[in-house]
Write a protein that binds this ligand. Sequence first.
Ligand code: SAH
Length: 264
Amino acid sequence: MRLGIISALHEEQQGLVEAMEGPYKLIHGMREVWLGKLWEIDAVCVLSRIGKVAAAMTATLLVEKFGVTHIVFTGVAGSGDPSIRVGDVVVAESLVQHDMDASPLFPRHEVPLTGQTHFLSDRQLALQLGHATQAFLDTEFAEVIDSEEQAVFALQAPRLHRGLIASGDQFVNGRERIKALGEALPGLLAVEMEGAAVAQVCFELGIPFGVIRTISDNANENAATDFMRFVKSVAARYAFYIVRQFCRELAASSNQASRVSAGT
Ligand code: SAH
């Protein structure tokens, strides 16, 4: 296994690169690509930058040039449902490109000639990411996000959600806009700008992928301010501890599998 980890923003990625064992940096396609071991997992970390094209290019590069076999996208997102709060975490079960509309030629949201509106993430990766997230929220969260920060962001017992994430080339920052998206996309949990593009690339290349997003804002009129504060302050720690837990669990299960196959 070679795991590609994509982040959209520098703040989200930094801790992961610092944790890499034997990191090796390459520059390709105007991107810094970091190769190394993350908690025993062979990993490649890269910043996609923002938006669907940037994310699609990054995912393609990871697979075609750097030989990754699995991709995980970590980042922040706006809430797509009033029950989902800043500090909660959403693991994607499926992803849709909310700004794709070639109707009446194709149904709204269908990516032409793929037959897909909703791209499914890999079940196993989604389960493992959900497990790692729950472990983080149950234990490390209280230790690594101090009570002052919890108060600033009103983080009360943050929760894990699984379901639909929508991506588009738009920072959603209006009450009416997020409401309309929710109505057009039943079950919508979060909005962001990259996940569904990575999903399409992985679908076309046959690569298992997962997307995990911490809610940074409510996609309303305050979204830009809330987003900036969240990203500067606590987002990186969520990404770091969840990915660490995820890699440790992967490494433990692959060690166990190799012991079984060696008969020890
Ligand atoms: N002003 C910022 C722009 C960030 S865009 C800057 O200069 O850095 C927001 C990023 O966070 C995107 O990568 C997107 O995936 C995610 N995101 C968080 N909240 C969002 C929202 N309300 N709408 C769309 N994307 C959001």
